[in-house]
Design a protein around this ligand. Structure first.
Ligand SMILES: [Zn+2]
Length: 155
């Protein structure tokens, strides 16, 4: 049984302080084989595929059954999910800043989180939100930012 692991190009520059915070967190909660193999940090253990951020700024998807495409939207959404899952708000600085020529995302009312009008419920009946996939958690869309393009490392 082979494992399908997808790796992006270097999308992000991790500031030293963020790297330090990620390492502290990894030391505290432990790492798995993928985190070790890629010097990576778990962003989102997931309802979907587990996603990691590597120390050199790549996104790694442990894509067993999910058919991840590996678009820029997938990468940004992984960082957005990581902000919530890890509690490290410093991750936000990896996401692009909003350009002048942009519009509020209509799907999430510019929040970056999608709640299906309260229709999403967990097993205990509590409502929850997920990263908005239209804007990849940014809360806006812009013609200058193509979210649908693949960011996977060639080969
Ligand atoms: Zn949105």
């Amino acid at each position: 049984l082979s494992r399908r692991v997808l790796i992006s190009t270097k999308l992000f520059q991790l500031p030293e302080r963020l790297l330090e915070a990620l390492r502290v967190r990894r030391d505290r909660f432990g790492s798995d084989d993928l985190a070790q193999a890629y010097d990576a940090f778990l962003l989102d253990p997931g309802l979907g595929p587990p996603v990691y951020l590597t120390s050199d700024g790549r996104i790694v998807w442990d894509d067993d059954i999910w058919d991840v495409v590996g678009t820029r939207a997938d990468a940004f959404a992984a960082v957005a999910a990581g902000i919530q899952k890890t509690g490290l708000s410093e991750l936000r600085q990896l996401l692009p800043s909003r350009p002048t020529l942009s519009t509020d995302c209509p799907d999430c009312s510019a929040t970056g989180r999608f709640d299906a009008q309260g229709q999403l419920k967990d097993l205990e009946g509590r409502s929850f939100t997920v990263v908005c996939m239209k804007c990849a958690g940014l809360g806006w869309t812009a013609p200058s930012l193509v979210l649908s393009e693949s960011v996977l490392e060639a080969g």
